[in-house]
Each structure stands twice: as C-alpha cells, then as structure tokens.
Design a protein around this ligand. Structure first.
Ligand code: NDP
Length: 407
C-alpha cells in the first residue's frame, strides 16, 4: 500500500489540493508521503511485535492473543484527508479487520482513488468499503449506529464526537476520538526568538491554520513581548496567500465559503470583544475568486473572549503577554481542550517542569509537529478519547484475549 501510494503520489497530491485548496507542495511533500508512511510503519510493527506470556507457579501459562474486532467504521475530516484516513486504516488492516470508511463530503477524492489502489495492492473485495455521504442523518450516522460495526475511529469536531458517542451506545462500540484543540504556544524570554518566530509562523498558518495541532493561542513573556510581536507580525505580512498550484504560495484557500465566513465571523467577534487586528483579517486583494483569507494576528484579547476560548480552525492567532511561569501554566490549561502545546525556553529545568504541568496529549519543547510514530497520539479532556500511534493504535484496533492453559 505504502509503495503504491508513493507511485501514485502526483495524482493523489493534485487530488488533495483540488479538493482542499491547500498548497500543492504541502500535499506532495507532507500529506501523501506521511499517508504512505503509515502503511509501511504498521507493516513493520506487526512483523516484529510479540505478545505477553506469564507462567504461574501452580503450573499454568497465561498468554495473550490479539484478534480483529470484526468490522470497524472510520469517519474522517476534510483538513488532512488521506493522511488522517491512512493513520487509522493502516493499523486497522494490520490487525485483520474489515472496514467501512467515510471521507468528509468536502474532500472525497483521495479516498476514492485509494479504493483503486487497494484493489491494485490485492486487498480482497469487501475488506475495505469506501462509503460516501454526509455525516448527520446519513452515511456517518449509519456507521455510528450500525449494530454490525464493533468500533468507530473518528477525527473531527468535539460536538460531532458527542453525537457519535450517543449513536454508538446501542451496541457499546469501542470508540477512538481525535477531536478539536485550542493549543497554547508559550514563549519564554530566554528562547531564541528567530527560531521561535519561524516555527510560530508554521504552527499558526500551515495548511491555512486548518490543522488540529496548530497553536492558536500564543503567550509571550513580557520582556520580549513587543520584540516578538514586531518580528512575528512582519513575517506574517510576508506570507504569500493565493493559488495553491503556484509553488511559491505559502497559504492556500480555506475549505469552503461557509468555513471562510465562519473564520471571518471570529475575526469580527474579536474586534467587538476589544481585540486589535495587527495584520490580516480580510481577503487578500490579489484573490478575486476562491476562499482566501490573509493570515491574521490579534492582540488585546483575554481569556474571557470567545476568540481565545473557541476553536477557529483558520489562519488566525491571538497573542497575549504573561508575567510568570505559574500564570502562563494556569492560563494555558484554562480550556476544555487538551490536544497539544508548544513551549520555548533554553532553561532545561523549566522545560521539564512546565511540560509536565501542561494538560495536553502532546507537548513540544523548542519544536512543533515532530513525533516518533511509536509514541501515543491523542488528546486529553474534550480533545479526544484514547490514543493512536504505535502499539496504542494496535490496542484500539484489536481485541486482546487472555488464554490460561493448565499444564
Ligand atoms: P466534523 O466533525 O464536522 O466532520 C468530521 C467527519 O464527521 C466528516 O466526515 C463528517 O461528515 C462526519 N460527521 C459529521 N456529523 C456526523 C454525525 N452526526 N455522525 C457521524 N458522522 C458525522 O469535522 P470537520 O470535518 O469540520 O473537521 C474539522 C475538525 O476536526 C476540527 O474541529 C479539528 O480540530 C478536528 N480535527 C482533529 C484532529 C485530531 O487529531 N484531534 C485532526 C484533524 C481535525 P460530512 O462532513 O461529510 O458531513
């Protein structure tokens, strides 16, 4: 599967870009290779994986076998379509399950192409079923409700997760949820500001800010607040927004008119809440068609504001200053989300201390978006249930059965 996806890389990358509006270089260099990597990673993992076995003094052996669940439902969002679908499908197939998978209706192309690649790879008919249709009251809900489906892995909004949980209660399906985030990006005064600014541009605006792991709440320690803001705003203004097929484009189009209007609505709300728009906030003058929004930096808001509390999922960040470590930890954790966080410092003791207090499934220190695929991935609080990644993914997509054998 991995090899075939790479062989079809150009076609898949173009389909992903046409569907989502993300820059073609991003689909080509990140989305599609990472999707292929999931199949290669889990194929390697299961070929080296062992099991647990415990001999008992009474003369018995307890050992654990893994079995497939049976049929698993996979429900996917539109922001990283093939990448997130593959992160679920690879461990799911590795554990021997059959699959009903639904892409988001905004982005059905790469899942459809994948169905052809599955056939080319020799996966028997009926093992993976790609089903199109909307979520509520249609294909998504049917997957969540169906009594023949034993587990559902879902990535999407927290509110959708709550609906799926209710619908899945009928036969007590196993659930894995990767949900929304409102991730803090904490910058201490002792960090290397050039490096911080470059990475913060990426962590704020890559994929038009439509990545659940984007850091949308930036907190900067007071002594460097003005300096950071000046450099960050200047660099944000340099970002090229426009045609996703143009190699120099850094920020493409948002997924839909509806989503663009929603994100713009948040910018207007921030203004009403007393915020100052330092740069961006509008549609670029160069783009006469398409759902483009300039990258936007907002200051003058506080934790009571909806722009600071709710997930915007666009190229929009708020920047606030902080005075002490205790204060910023408390503000970073003051959210019902708990997906990821970044912190920047050259003080190793502080790095350990703060990282362990942040309520997030994944915390980066002096970096962003880097993760060993063997480590768990998922959110705390209302950002998710369970973990994917390495053996954690294997656990979700299999049933473990203990066999006790008396000698
Ligand atoms: P949605 O929750 O709106 O949709 C996700 C998927 O669920 C789509 O396929 C959708 O179908 C389907 N769906 C919607 N309602 C139901 C329902 N009642 N029952 C079953 N299925 C349903 O999310 P978006 O597609 O808007 O994606 C953006 C969200 O995803 C953001 O909140 C983001 O944070 C989150 N996300 C989380 C990630 C993580 O790993 N934690 C990673 C990436 C995104 P359709 O749209 O076709 O109607």
């Amino acid at each position: 599967m991995g090899e075939l996806i790479l062989q079809h890389k150009e076609e898949l990358a173009m389909a992903e870009t046409l569907d989502t509006g993300k820059p073609l270089w991003l689909s080509t260099n990140v989305d599609i290779p990472r999707a292929a990597g999931s199949y290669q990673f889990f194929a390697n993992l299961i070929s080296t994986m062992g099991t647990e076995a415990y001999p008992m003094e009474v003369g018995a052996l307890n050992y654990v076998v893994r079995r497939p669940i049976g049929v698993v439902g996979l429900i996917n969002p539109w922001n990283l379509p093939l990448l997130l679908l593959s992160a679920k499908l690879a461990p799911c197939l590795a554990m021997g399950n059959a699959v009903v998978l639904k892409p988001a209706e905004w982005t059905p192309l790469t899942a459809t192409l994948l169905a052809g690649i599955l056939q080319e790879a020799g996966i028997p008919d009926g093992v993976v079923n790609v089903v199109h249709g909307f979520g509520p009251g249609s294909a998504g809900e049917a997957i969540a409700r169906h009594p023949g489906i034993g587990a559902v892995a879902f990535t999407g909004e927290t509110t959708t997760g709550k609906h799926i949980m209710q619908a899945a209660a009928g036969n007590l399906k196993k659930l894995s949820f990767e949900l929304g985030g409102k991730n803090p990006n904490i910058i201490f005064a002792d960090s290397n500001l050039e490096e911080v600014v470059d990475t913060t541009i990426r962590s704020s605006f890559i994929n038009q800010g439509e990545v659940c792991l984007c850091g949308s709440r930036v907190y900067v320690e007071k002594p460097v607040y003005e300096q950071f803001l000046e450099k960050f705003t200047a660099k944000t203004r340099e970002q090229r927004v426009g045609d996703p097929l143009e190699p120099k484009t850094q920020i493409g189009a948002l997924i839909s008119r509806q989503h663009l209007e929603r994100v713009e609505g948040y910018v207007q709300l921030a203004r009403r809440e007393g915020g100052a728009i330092l740069t961006g906030g509008g549609r670029p003058s160069s783009a006469t068609r398409g759902f483009f929004l300039e990258p936007t930096v907002i200051t003058g808001v506080n934790r009571e504001c909806r722009i600071v509390r709710e997930e915007v999922f666009g190229p929009v960040v708020t920047v606030e200053s902080f005075a002490s470590e205790e204060e910023v930890i408390e503000r970073a954790n003051d959210t019902h989300y708990g997906l990821s966080a970044s912190l920047w410092t050259n003080d190793a003791r502080r790095a350990f201390r703060v990282a362990e207090q942040i309520e997030a499934g994944l915390t980066w220190v002096n970096t962003w978006f880097l993760r060993d695929p063997r480590t768990p991935y998922g959110g705390m609080k209302e950002s998710g249930i369970g973990r994917q990644g390495g053996l954690f993914g294997i656990d979700f997509y299999s049933e473990q059965s203990t066999i006790c054998l008396k000698f």
